[in-house]
Each structure stands twice: as C-alpha cells, then as structure tokens.
Design a protein around this ligand. Structure first.
Ligand code: ZN
Length: 261
C-alpha cells in the first residue's frame, strides 16, 4: 500500500475545487511544508489558530487543510513575535504542512459553506453564479422571523436578522463569510432574503429600506459548517483509494468566551 503524501491531498482538492479558480488576491494551495511529506493523519479546520495547532499536535496530524489562508497580504517576514509568525513557526518546527482552499472552495457546488448550508436548509432549484447560491424554500413562502429561527437551528448559533419579521420569503440567497455587498446579486437572482456571515450598517440600511431581508449568520457560523463536510468527503475519497489515513474535522470553535443565545 502506498503512503499518502501532501501531494495526493493537493491533487484531490484540485479536482473538487481547482486552485486556478481562486481570486487573484487570494493565497491558496500548499502554504507551509512539503508536497513530499507524509499525510497519514489530516486535520481539517476553518483557520489555523493556536487551539487548532494544539489539536493537530494531540492528534499527531502531519497536515492541516484549512479554508482561510495565512500570509494573505504579501508577508515579508516570519517572526515569532507576531501572531501569524508564531503559527507558521510552530508548524515548521513540528513538521506540519498546511494547505488552504479558499475562494476556489467558495465556488464548489458541494463543499463551499454556502452549498453545505443550502443543503442543510433543504433549498431546492439551486442556481449558482460565482460565490452566490440561490434556492427556493421547500415549504415557502415563509415569514422572515420563522426562517431566521430555522437558519439559527441549522447553524447551531445565534444569528441576526435585518428587515421586517413579516416579510414573506420564498427564495433565499446564500454566500458565506464576508460578502454583504452580494445582496444585490441575490436579489437580481430572485431572492427576497440573503444570508451571509458579516453585515455592515450601510448595506443593512439599503437592503431593509427596499424591503429586502438580510441574515447575519457569523463568519464562522456560515463557513465552519463546511469543515465536517470536507473532512468526510476527503476521508471517503482516500478510503476508496485504500489509503490507511484518518481525516479529523476540527472541533475547535474560534474566539472562545461566551456567546449570546
Ligand atoms: Zn471566510
């Protein structure tokens, strides 16, 4: 039996979400480590954080696959004295490789946070333009406040609704992460409401002022949901190829502290 390497995981990711489709400003692919390094134990996470590195060390993982990259903005030095430098140095010291699949994964009809959320919400007649996923509610039309509750149950977290409780929704747009300006695109694709991770005041005003509804599901809330889906798919693909590999979905929640419910 062949031993799995980081290269094999890169190849699989490139099949499901080609790296060349990432935005030009992005930083994706192998960011730390080596393509030749073994990868018998793989951890999938939304971000590399100190907690995720603790988890990787506990599991003896040699590879971390994340959604968000490090060195996003033209890093010129890696210092132990800053947050990101510490994370990178620690991975190098521990022989841990890191792959990021970011805006390429955001466009995946199966494994982007938006696609996984749409699936969990049971949306039908899905259509996609780039990062935007729009679908119809199975049992719509539905009041905006009832849909808010459904989304919160699905994410398992608090979410915020901007717009009238009694607005009737039949079609929902979803684009996870930080993409509140996408609400115009969601509306143009037929949605009456739009779920994204982060909503800025000016976009909330212009959406609500024109009868549209915005849901702020949190950046982690709308994208963390992809972690178990991606880890499960990678595990299945490697099992089918008869590699003796374990893929773990990270159980870390970011930020720590309390959350409102
Ligand atoms: Zn994101």
């Amino acid at each position: 039996m062949n031993r799995l390497t980081v290269k094999n995981v890169l190849d699989w990711l490139n099949e499901i979400a080609p790296f060349e489709t990432a935005e030009s400003y992005d930083n994706v692919g192998l960011l730390v480590g080596s393509v030749h390094a073994p990868a018998d134990r793989i951890l999938v996470a939304l971000d590399v954080t100190p907690d995720v590195l603790d988890e990787a060390e506990r599991l003896d993982a040699q590879l971390i696959v994340t959604h968000h990259p490090l060195m996003f903005r033209g890093t010129k030095r890696i210092l132990e004295d800053d947050y990101e430098g510490q994370l990178i140095s620690r991975m190098i010291r521990k022989n841990i490789s890191m792959i990021a699949a970011h805006t390429n994964l955001d466009q995946s009809p199966l494994y982007s946070g938006s696609a996984v959320l749409a699936q969990k919400l049971g949306l039908q007649n899905m259509r996609q333009e780039g990062f935007m996923f729009v679908g119809d509610l199975t049992d719509g039309p539905m009041r905006a406040d009832a849909l808010c509750k459904r989304i919160a149950d699905c994410e398992g977290d608090f979410i915020y609704q901007y717009g009238a409780d009694d607005a009737m929704i039949t079609t929902l747009g979803i684009s996870g992460g930080a993409y509140d300006e996408g609400f115009e695109q969601a509306r143009a694709m037929g949605a009456q409401a739009y779920l994204t991770g982060e909503v800025r005041h000016h976009n909330a005003l212009s959406a609500c002022g024109t009868g549209f509804v915005l849901y702020q599901g949190g950046h982690f809330g709308t994208e963390g949901i992809l972690v178990p889906a991606l880890a499960g798919a990678l595990q299945n693909a490697l099992n089918a190829l008869q590699y003796d590999v374990v893929v773990y979905p990270s159980r870390c929640r970011p930020y720590g502290g309390r959350r409102a419910l």
